[in-house]
Design a protein around this ligand. Structure first.
Ligand code: ADP
Length: 455
């Protein structure tokens, strides 16, 4: 049974059920019709014999069977016997035993060579003469009349009805399971041809299979998206590493082939050093980002005085501010939350470093912390170059740089800082947003709940 397809199994069960039901209905019909036929036959027997009793009498010393005496009616044969059981008139039905004993006034069934019969005997007595026996006999062969015809027709038609029902059942099962075939085909096509853009595409529907197909399509979309993401990531990383590698190689080749003075070697080494620094920074950022994204780096939330932590970070950052930029603190004291100290430090370092990098000479950076209901709100604001509107929603993407030409190489910028910042905010159950006006400055806002997620 397990080797059969579900379609065949459903059809088989359905056909079996149909057979069982038909057999039950037929059985019931046979039972009822036999019952009716029996009582009809018995009633006709009793009536026939009783009516004939009126037609037998003695006249002038002779037994007179009147003209209204009916020997055969409705299958009932009436026979006349003398009191000592000698047949005097009527015809014994074929196959009925002639030596059947006489019993007055009861209908009884008799099994004879010719089948099953009902027999009803009546003794007619006279005052001055011997009595006579009237014996009624009727075949008890079950269903007769309309019921019998219906039953015979039903027996003939039953196999056809069951056959038709199983064909229709198979068709219904086939139609119902058609979506499964489409799902299988699509899944096979995807796994064989690696065509992740394929969908089952059953469309709108209410039944479970449509739901299943939609769930599969959703899963395929997710798979395609993450596959694309992976491809883009690999391409981005290779692209980012290609430039410094190419510079290092060309510098080395140039120095080996052409450099002769110490200064020339030094210049080449410095260029190599710069690019190596850039690569090393890129790799460590990439590692940090991937670990965060893949959840390898687990955040360790601990109850922290965020105000104190941020003040400390600001003091450190003040010492490395370039371009004569001033850092202002607007930190509400005594705000506690469950945070990962290392990650929050990294987040703030990223934002302040960006504010310095994209800030103007002798500009300002304002770092703020305040409580907003159940949330903490960290802000880093600058009066630097700002971000054009069309870049605003993209700057959070990894490797995205609004204007790579503006970026000084020494920083080792790779467009990963904000992607990491967003990840950290999300790890804390919050989010990161930005508001900016080109030429006026930018405001980065991080909000996250005071209680850590799930706590
Ligand atoms: P990067 O390493 O290039 O700074 P980030 O992810 O930190 O990468 O930032 C992505 C881009 O967003 C930057 O290249 C820059 O164009 C823009 N950006 C980030 N911070 C600021 C800011 N404070 N002012 C203006 N532009 C910014």
């Amino acid at each position: 049974m397990k080797r059969l397809s579900i379609k065949m199994r459903v059809t088989l069960w359905y056909t079996l059920l149909m057979l069982l039901l038909s057999a039950l209905v037929l059985g019931f019909m046979v039972f009822i019709s036999e019952h009716i036929a029996q009582s009809d036959a018995q009633e006709a027997l009793v009536q026939g014999v009783d009516a004939n009793m009126e037609e037998v009498e003695y006249e002038d010393g002779e037994l007179d069977i009147e003209g209204d005496f009916i020997y055969l009616k409705n299958g009932v044969s009436t026979l006349v016997y003398s009191q000592d059981h000698q047949l005097m008139g009527g015809y014994l039905p074929a196959g009925f035993a002639s030596d059947e004993p006489f019993v007055d006034g009861t209908v009884r069934g008799v099994q004879s060579d010719g089948g099953q019969f009902y027999v009803y005997d009546r003794l007619v007595t006279f005052k001055k003469h011997d009595g006579v026996w009237l014996r009624g006999i009727v075949q008890a062969d079950g269903s007769t009349g309309i019921m019998g015809t219906v039953l015979k027709a039903a027996f003939v038609l039953l196999p056809f009805i069951v056959l038709l029902a199983s064909l229709v059942g198979y068709q219904i099962a086939r139609n119902s399971f058609r979506p499964v075939e489409r799902i299988t085909r699509a899944a096979n096509a995807i796994s064989e041809g690696s065509d992740l853009s394929r969908r089952i595409g059953l469309g709108e529907g209410k039944d479970e299979l449509y739901g299943l197909a939609a769930a599969f399509d959703h899963m395929f979309s997710r798979l395609e998206a993450s596959f694309e993401e992976e491809k883009r990531f690999t391409a981005d990383v290779s692209h980012e590493l290609r430039t410094p590698t190419a510079v290092i190689l060309s510098q080395c080749e140039y120095a080996l082939a052409h450099a002769s003075t110490q200064e020339e070697y030094r210049a080449a080494l410095e260029a190599v050093n710069r690019q190596a620094f850039r690569m090393s920074r890129l790799i460590s950022r990439l590692l940090a980002f991937t670990r965060l994204e893949q959840g390898v780096e687990k955040a360790e939330f601990e109850e922290t005085d965020v105000s104190e932590l941020m003040t400390m970070i600001c003091e450190e950052q003040k010492s490395i501010a370039g371009k004569g930029i001033a850092l202002w603190q607007e930190i509400e004291p005594g705000l506690h939350a469950a945070v990962d100290r290392t990650l929050i430090t990294r987040l703030l370092d990223n934002l302040i470093a960006n504010a310095y990098q994209y800030g103007k000479e002798k500009g300002n950076v304002w770092v703020g912390l305040r409580r907003d209901n159940d949330m903490l709100r960290i802000t880093v604001k600058d009066d630097g170059i700002g971000i054009p509107a069309e870049h605003l929603d993209k700057i959070w993407n990894r490797f995205y740089q609004a204007d790579p030409a503006r970026i000084a190489d020494e920083k080792g910028s790779a467009g990963l800082g904000l992607a990491i910042t967003k990840q950290i905010a999300k790890l804390h159950g919050g989010d990161a947003t930005v508001e900016s006006t080109p030429g006026e400055g930018s405001l980065f806002i991080i909000t996250f709940p005071i209680k850590k997620r799930g706590a």
